[in-house]
Design a protein around this ligand. Structure first.
Ligand code: NAP
Ligand code: MG
Length: 508
């Protein structure tokens, strides 16, 4: 959709709210990063990336495809095999990762503005959350570089008589990693992927989502500035075919993916050829459980943020809101009232909290579910339609009178839409919360801490947040039960995704 440019622009049509650095970046060509060089796609093609608040094109970006993936993988292979990165002194690799974190914060406004323009999220939130967290992830993994220890193993080998042995293990990098990321947290997902892969000495090819390629390119520039050697980080912007070329590539040793469960399954199939290692962060339909004994104001605000943060475009979004019977009407009305107050606007407006959905496809998908909610017998306490007539904005929507099995209750919508259901007691809450093919996250609101522990221990979810929601930390493992994924990112867990163990046994 092409909308009118509903934003302050100068004579050249450039948004006046953008910093000089952001304008300078946008005016440059946006090429692929292969072996330390910025290059055009092999066939010279480019594609447009768009401002979802207006539908206007922001800039053109190189359209990478299989031939470019081949070159990027060859560069990553050379950089891995020459050993300069994997065998760099750990204290030096640590400093480089730390420097990436520092540079990210120094350039926080630039990253946040470009993210706001490309993705639609508020620049103020992007700087305070996405950039800050991304910097913290690089620093967290910087700390691990000097601590990747193996162990000495007291082997017995009873069949070997009196012979003595000295046996130990080493943790070594997996090799060339393909990393495919989505558009909802473009910079942050790149950081979650690059941080642990680089800390452990791997080389990589990153493919950002077609909707949001820009901050990954900025991050590529910043890695070079921080001292990452040529060929260690390669970036191929493009579409799903480039992602498929990475996941099926015979010289890629590991693929890490964040995105839809549907594409996650395609990646598993594609990875079979050379049995590359696979880690997946997939979809969710997370339960947020509110007990009558909650701290009311905190639970209302927290429950709104649970599904509305990032315009509902979060894999952890708490979009199944389970409310104890006795407070159902009053609580859902309070949630609807608070949601209706949320300032909606362009990501570069300082007051914006809720921005647009990322593109036409996502807009159509969410509108489909707004209709499905009503068709299946639900009622919208607030919202239910489009906001404005330009860009991909939808109103925050609270559905009540929905039933288990309704499409808005079972499906990942990826928009600012919540379905509120009732429960009678702890067993009923747990049973309903676990009734999903997904198992990514869950929230619990109660002042009874014993009850909170008890419920947390029964939830089939990779992350459980009590009296808060989306409580992420670089040190806390994150990932899904059931069809929400394979493996854990963040924390120590991600080191396992990017290392393998070598056992060495020496006869003395
Ligand atoms: P998607 O298709 O799973 O996209 C994620 C990434 O995978 C993008 O970089 C995409 O490339 C790439 N890709 C697409 N097809 C591929 C293939 N066959 N092999 C390898 N890589 C491939 O997600 P989407 O279409 O953008 O969004 C669809 C739905 O997925 C959303 O509505 C939402 O429900 C869910 N989603 C979940 C998350 C999450 O964090 N769990 C994130 C995003 C979306 P291009 O998109 O650039 O072509
Ligand atoms: Mg897609």
């Amino acid at each position: 959709m092409t909308g009118t440019l509903n934003r302050p622009t100068d004579a050249a049509g450039v948004d006046e709210r953008l910093s000089a650095q952001a304008r300078e970046f946008l005016a440059r060509p946006h090429r692929l990063l292969i072996d330390g060089q910025w290059v055009d796609a092999a066939d010279g093609r480019t594609f447009g990336t768009y401002d979802p608040a207006t539908g206007a094109e922001i800039t053109q970006v190189a359209h990478g495809a299989a031939a470019d993936v081949d070159k990027a993988v060859a560069a990553a292979r050379r950089a891995f095999d020459d050993g300069a990165w994997a065998t760099m002194k750990p204290c030096d690799r640590e400093q480089i990762l730390w420097r990436i974190g520092d540079l990210l914060e120094e350039k926080g406004e630039l990253f946040a503005q470009i993210e706001a323009l490309d993705n639609g999220k508020a620049a103020s939130i992007a700087q305070a959350v996405d950039v800050k967290f991304a910097a913290d992830v690089f620093r967290y993994y910087a700390g691990w570089v000097t601590k990747l220890e193996g162990s000495t193993v007291p082997v017995s080998m009873p069949f070997a008589g009196d012979t003595q042995f000295h046996a130990y293990t080493q943790r070594v990098p997996v090799g060339v990693c393909g990393q495919i990321i989505p558009w909802n947290f473009p910079l942050l997902m790149a950081a979650w992927k690059l941080g642990p892969a680089l800390a452990t000495g791997n080389t990589l090819v990153l493919k950002p989502a077609e909707q949001t390629p820009l901050t990954a390119l900025l991050l590529g520039e910043l890695c070079a500035e921080a001292g990452v050697p040529d060929g260690v980080v390669n970036i191929v912007t493009g579409f799903g075919d480039a992602g498929a070329a990475i996941s099926g590539h015979p010289d890629v040793d590991k693929v890490a993916f964040t995105g839809s469960t549907e594409v996650g399954k395609l990646i598993v199939d594609a990875a079979k050829g050379n049995l590359k290692k696979v880690s997946l962060e997939l979809g969710g339909k997370s339960a947020n459980i509110v007990f009558a004994d909650c701290d009311w104001d905190a639970a209302v605000q927290g429950s709104v943020a649970a599904w509305m943060f990032n315009h509902g475009q979060a894999c952890t979004a708490g979009t199944r809101l389970y409310v104890e019977d006795s407070i159902y009407e009053e609580f859902t009305q309070a949630v609807a009232d608070a949601a209706a107050q949320t300032p909606i606007g362009h990501g570069l407006d300082p007051d914006t909290v809720l921005g647009p959905l990322v593109d036409q496809d996502q807009f159509d998908k969410v509108n489909h579910y707004l209709r499905a909610g009503i068709e299946d017998g639900g009622r919208a306490l607030t919202g239910g339609g489009r906001h404005g007539d330009t860009g991909y904005f939808v109103e925050p929507t609270v559905f009540v009178d929905v039933k288990p099995g309704d499409r808005v209750v079972t499906d990942e919508i990826f928009g600012p839409v919540v379905s509120a259901l009732r429960f009678s007691d702890v067993d009923d809450a747990v049973r309903q919360a676990n009734d999903s093919m997904y198992g990514l996250a869950a929230g619990i609101w109660t002042k009874d801490i014993s009850k909170a522990h008890h419920v947390a221990s029964r939830l089939q979810a990779g992350s459980v947040w009590v009296n808060q929601y989306n409580g992420f930390d670089a040190a806390m493992p994150f990932g899904g039960f059931k069809q929400s994924g394979w493996g854990r990112e963040l924390g120590k867990g991600a080191l396992d995704l990017y290392t393998q163990t070598r056992s060495v046994n020496i006869q003395l």
